[in-house]
Design a protein around this ligand. Structure first.
Ligand SMILES: Nc1ncnc2c1ncn2[C@@H]1O[C@H](COP(=O)(O)OP(=O)(O)O)[C@@H](O)[C@H]1O
Ligand SMILES: [Mg+2]
Length: 274
């Protein structure tokens, strides 16, 4: 039987928390566990997932897919055992893609991606722009990335509330770049979230690790570049948690649920009911 696909948006309040690094490396780590994975650059305006994945010269990208110039298949670039759909760099293209995107096209694109994979990870843009809402609504699950500070937690709290409204399930928090003396502890993070939202578990605590930036400079995901470093070990553990399906509070997607996603997406994009 075909495995039902799962889709997960990787979000945070502000930029720079580590969304792109975690999307890329969690994707590669899930691939190493034998899963079929597509990672999509949903950060249309500040695209850089391709670079982190060592793909700098892609002829086709997500803009081309949205504009109907190419099929999803033609924009899938394989590297480090998984598939990547990068975004282009030209802001004119981003503007074009967003202003001309058609409802039917969005529907087709999501369905096509989910037919191709077991996991679709979406690297979401920071903030609360339309593109952020699209990325959240397009996925059934959300993984929030924060840094161990109150400011970062408050930002993430807002994103989780939006996800609740859009019907996306917040799987949990990833606390990234930990290890400094003044940081909040994982317990403090969980207590804060417990007070604010009920409960949102911390799924991983990823230490500040110079290897992450070193790997990024080389265009190699850190889990491949330095598999034994602290950050890689933590990300590989996170992949095992994410891959475990026993505690999912819903049934992963079939064709019908894909349609429901599309409806949420269109509602988020246009404010209308599909
Ligand atoms: N655990 C970490 N240790 C050290 N540097 C990190 C870590 N996680 C991310 N970074 C670095 O922080 C910067 C911002 O990360 P990035 O993934 O681009 O954030 P975002 O996508 O949320 O804007 C990058 O240079 C990245 O290499
Ligand atoms: Mg990013």
């Amino acid at each position: 039987m075909r495995v039902k696909p799962r889709s997960i948006s990787i979000t945070s309040g502000k930029g720079g928390t580590g969304k792109t690094a975690i999307t890329a490396n969690l994707g590669v780590a899930l691939g190493a566990l034998g899963k079929k994975v597509i990672i999509l650059d949903g950060d249309l305006a500040m695209a850089n997932l391709g670079i982190v994945m060592g793909l700098t010269k892609c002829e086709t990208n997500f803009f081309d897919v949205l504009l109907g110039k190419v099929d999803v298949n033609e924009a899938l670039h394989t590297n480090y055992g998984i598939k990547v759909i990068p975004c282009g760099f030209r802001f004119e293209d981003a503007h074009d893609a967003l202003s001309k995107v058609k409802r039917e096209r969005v529907e087709e694109v999501i369905k096509e991606m989910l037919r191709e994979t077991e996991f679709l990870l979406i690297d979401a843009p920071a903030g609360m722009a339309d593109t952020t809402l699209i990325s959240i609504a397009a996925a059934r699950e959300m993984l929030s990335v924060c840094n161990p500070t109150y400011a970062s937690l408050v930002d993430v709290y807002k994103t989780i509330r939006i996800a609740n409204i859009l019907g996306s399930w917040t799987r949990g928090l990833v606390v990234n770049r930990t290890g400094k003396a003044a940081d909040l502890s994982v317990d403090e993070v969980e207590q804060f979230m417990g007070r604010a939202l009920g409960s949102v578990p911390v799924l991983a605590d990823i230490p500040e690790d110079p290897k992450v930036q070193e790997a990024e400079r080389e265009g190699i995901p850190v889990v491949v570049y330095e598999p034994e470093c602290e950050a890689s070990v933590a990300i590989n553990e996170l992949a095992k948690v994410i891959a475990g399906e026993t505690d999912l509070p819903y049934t992963p997607w079939g064709e019908r649920e894909v349609g429901e996603t599309t409806k949420r997406l269109i509602r988020a994009l246009t404010g209308r009911r599909a």
